[in-house]
Design a protein around this ligand. Structure first.
Ligand code: PMP
Length: 289
């Protein structure tokens, strides 16, 4: 495995960053998870835009132009001779001293790992996921915008632990007001009477790239889609439910808090979106080779 680190490539054992890096000391940094399929990177420009927006929102200066960053992602995949997989792109504040002060970090650290991906097991796509509501609330905008894809994922990790302890596939996170925000690493959607719904970003969701693809697919396939504030009631009473995420793609949800959603099987609109999503990943994206 060859890992990009600040402009050079290193083996897995040699790719190391300092214990003084603020990405490690404080979770001070941003990242992206990106997929590539059949020698094409899916939605690369969108991921790069979100990375630079996240960085801007935390006053982190990325020491590469966007075009150079795109090329670094593509070259990392090439160096590993991969055709399908997952890229983790990370930019940290860089090395400083033991204090918080980001001004003492002179240069951001950039690393890129291209690897294969472990998906949810195939039967979960066929039979659907179980989801539980987590007691851990999504961080409010006033504390740290949930729109920033930062290295500070402890909020999501704590919710994930709850989901795992409950034996569920994913955890539903509500915001401070009790409205549905998203799952620990995925956006959530429902289908009711042929219409698709997802919480607005303002409820505390990440502006998921796959979420955006779901909007485009809905428009293309002629489904109405809207973003009302949602509560657990809307999920309990939905006909269908599904999640979207770069790693998860489009995955059906069949229970929330052990209550059966709709017929308890992946619904027809969910299945149509899953199918269309796979077609898009097979035919679109930035050529790697
Ligand atoms: N919400 C959170 C908290 C996430 O970490 C992610 C990415 N794994 C998503 C939603 C989905 O976003 P995307 O479709 O861009 O992967």
């Amino acid at each position: 495995m060859k890992i990009y680190l600040d402009g050079k490539y290193y083996g897995k054992e040699e790719a190391k960053i300092s214990v003084f890096d603020h990405g490690l000391l404080y979770g001070d940094g941003v990242f992206e998870g990106i997929r590539f399929y059949h020698d094409r990177v899916f939605r690369l420009a969108e991921h790069i835009d979100r990375l630079y927006d996240s960085a801007k929102a935390i006053c982190l200066n990325i020491p590469l132009e966007r075009a150079a960053m795109i090329e670094a992602v593509l070259e990392t995949i090439r160096q590993n001779e991969l055709h399908d997989g997952y890229v983790r792109l990370v930019v940290t504040r860089g090395c400083g001293d033991l204090g918080l002060n980001p001004a003492l970090c002179s240069r951001a650290t950039v690393f890129i790992i291209a690897s294969r991906i472990t998906l949810y097991p195939e039967e979960m796509y066929r039979n659907g996921l179980s989801v539980v509501t987590c007691a851990t609330r999504r961080i409010p905008h006033g504390a740290l915008s949930p729109m920033v894809k930062s290295l500070n994922y402890l909020n999501n990790v704590l919710a994930k632990i709850e989901a795992q302890l409950a034996g569920a596939g994913e955890g539903l996170m509500l915001n401070e007001q009790g409205f549905v925000a998203e799952c620990t690493g995925d956006n959530i959607f429902t289908v009711k009477k042929g219409e698709i719904f997802t919480p607005p970003i303002s409820s505390g969701a990440l502006a998921g790239i796959t979420r955006q693809v779901a909007f485009e697919m809905a428009a293309e396939l002629g489904f109405r889609i809207s973003e009302p504030e949602m509560t657990r009631y809307d999920i309990f009473t939905a006909d269908e439910c599904f999640l979207t995420g770069t790693a998860a793609e489009v995955i059906p949800v069949v229970t929330l808090d052990s209550r059966v959603i709709g017929d308890g099987v992946p619904g027809p609109i969910t299945r149509r979106l899953m199918e269309r999503f796979h077609q898009l990943t097979e035919t679109m994206g930035t050529a790697i080779y």
